[in-house]
Design a protein around this ligand. Structure first.
Ligand code: C6P
Length: 457
């Protein structure tokens, strides 16, 4: 038999992720919550530990050996990120705590100093709260106006509607590359080209694309791009902002303090050159270094290989989910080969509450996310209070998808049986849920009415 790409990629790489080799509730862990955060390979765990065991010192401050080792590794990590996104200069990469902080940096440093009353900011209805709230706050402070691109019939970014929103008042377009809920892959190169013809700047939220596909900021031609390290095999507490050099130079600092200064007097100061102007205070040194190790790891595998393998997983996931008629899956359908959307599926199953699904799947060792995934306005648009979401990464296998789908079928049958049908006494149902499924969080939302068990919402 010819080995498939899945065998050679996921099977080989899974050994790098010790966390995956454990049992949850007596079942092997199937981790399908990668859009929330990815697992970390040994090389990343070791890089973090090595830094604290061997090199721990503050950066840019000391001339002693430990400090220069820490500084070299920290700045080396910046070089790796610059190469990873194909920035034209290492000065274009600013370390932040996460993507959320990177967007806030742009909103405060650029937005607040640039936007005037009546200026327009275009976002889309599918934005994560992190790419919405900072702009709401800036709009409230400056008098700028927010406009929103709607969805097409296939629940993708509506380019025609986008075109219709642009005017000479548009100063900023800030959109997500890959939706964490719909899984659609937005045409960012086209979006940027169109926005630039109107003189607008463009920020790309690459949280859900940077871990999964090759990124080239020069090809996209975006003005800023943000990502979080913890979704791409790196630790929490570290992310980055890419910005075009001249633009970053023109922006005032975000936070003030040590590290970001050139000369300080009692009544004023001059600021450090890029990127340090935007890195006030002692940074997350170990985390930045470990993110560098994650980038080495991903680059070593090849982002094109990761993307291709995830397309295979997507095709398998959607084929298997199609066996469950109760499911409503949001976002576009993948093509037959799995291309055209990200390796995640957000769905509802009739009246079954996503939290119940997630709780019961956890009993089968399967980790998925349930809720609004920080896209509440989008959930209103798609008319779902919350969704369940399975999100994959390159260390997942088709066998894990099969385990998930089997557990999902069982969970739906079980919960649909509880809800709105004659199932004996309320006590026995609740007793059965709590006995067989440990603590079902939403048991308390269930209420017995006559011979039917209903949900209290
Ligand atoms: N989405 C999810 O489960 P931070 O918290 O800064 O690392 O990432 C914020 C963020 C921004 N944009 C997109 C598209 C995202 O998906 C996220 C994080 C997680 O979907 C947590 S809500």
């Amino acid at each position: 038999m010819v080995a498939t790409q899945e065998r050679t990629l996921a099977d080989k790489l899974r050994l790098d992720f010790p966390i995956l080799y454990q049992e949850i509730n007596g079942q092997p862990l199937v981790y399908l919550d990668n859009a929330a955060t990815s697992q970390k390979p040994l090389v990343v765990l070791e890089a973090l530990q090595d830094y604290y065991r061997r090199d721990n010192a503050n950066v840019h401050r000391g001339v002693h050996t430990l400090s220069s080792r820490a500084t070299d590794a920290y700045e080396g990590s910046r070089d790796k990120i610059a190469a990873f996104v194909n920035a034209s200069s290492r000065q274009e990469i600013v370390f932040t705590r996460n993507a959320t902080e990177a967007i806030n940096l742009v909103a405060y440093a650029w937005g607040q100093s640039t936007l005037q009353p009546g200026d327009e900011i275009i976002l889309s209805v599918m934005e994560h709260h992190s790419n919405l709230i900072p702009w709401q706050m800036v709009a409230q402070r400056t008098g700028a106006v927010l406009k929103f691109v709607e969805l097409t019939d296939t629940q993708e970014f509506d380019l025609d509607h986008f075109r219709s929103l642009l005017s000479d008042r548009t100063k900023l377009v800030s959109v997500v590359h890959v939706s964490n809920t719909l899984g659609c892959i937005n045409p960012v190169e086209e979006i940027v080209a169109i926005a630039h013809t109107h003189g607008a700047k463009v920020l790309i939220d690459a949280c859900q694309s940077a871990p999964h596909m090759p990124l080239d900021v020069q090809a996209i031609d975006c003005d800023w791009l943000v990502a979080s390290g913890h979704k791409m095999c790196g630790p929490t507490g570290i992310g980055f902002l890419y910005g075009k050099l001249d633009l970053l130079r023109s922006m005032p600092p975000f936070l003030g303090g040590g590290e970001m200064i050139a000369d300080v007097y009692l009544d004023h100061a001059t600021y450090a050159d890029l990127p340090h102007k935007f890195e006030a205070g002692t940074p997350a040194i170990g985390e930045a270094i470990a993110l560098g190790a994650a980038i080495d790891y991903l680059t070593g595998i090849g982002m094109d290989k990761i993307h291709a393998y995830e397309e295979e997983l997507t095709a398998h996931l959607f084929r298997r989910l199609a066996e469950i008629p109760e499911l409503k899956i949001f976002g576009p359908q993948p093509k037959a080969n799995g291309s055209g959307r990200a390796a995640l599926a957000s769905f509802t199953a009739g009246d079954v509450h996503p939290h119940d699904l997630s709780t019961i799947l956890d009993q089968a060792g399967v980790a998925i996310r349930a809720g609004h995934h920080c896209t509440q306005p989008l959930h209103r648009v798609i008319q779902a209070q919350s969704t369940a979401r399975a999100s994959l990464y390159f260390y997942n296998t088709t066998q894990e998808i099969d385990t998930f789908v089997a557990a999902l079928k069982e969970a739906i049958a079980f919960l649909a049986g509880c809800l709105g049908s004659t199932v004996g006494s309320a006590d026995s149902v609740i007793w059965e849920i709590s006995l067989s499924r440990r603590s079902c969080c939403s048991v308390w939302e269930l209420v017995w009415k006559g011979d039917r068990l209903l949900r209290l919402t």
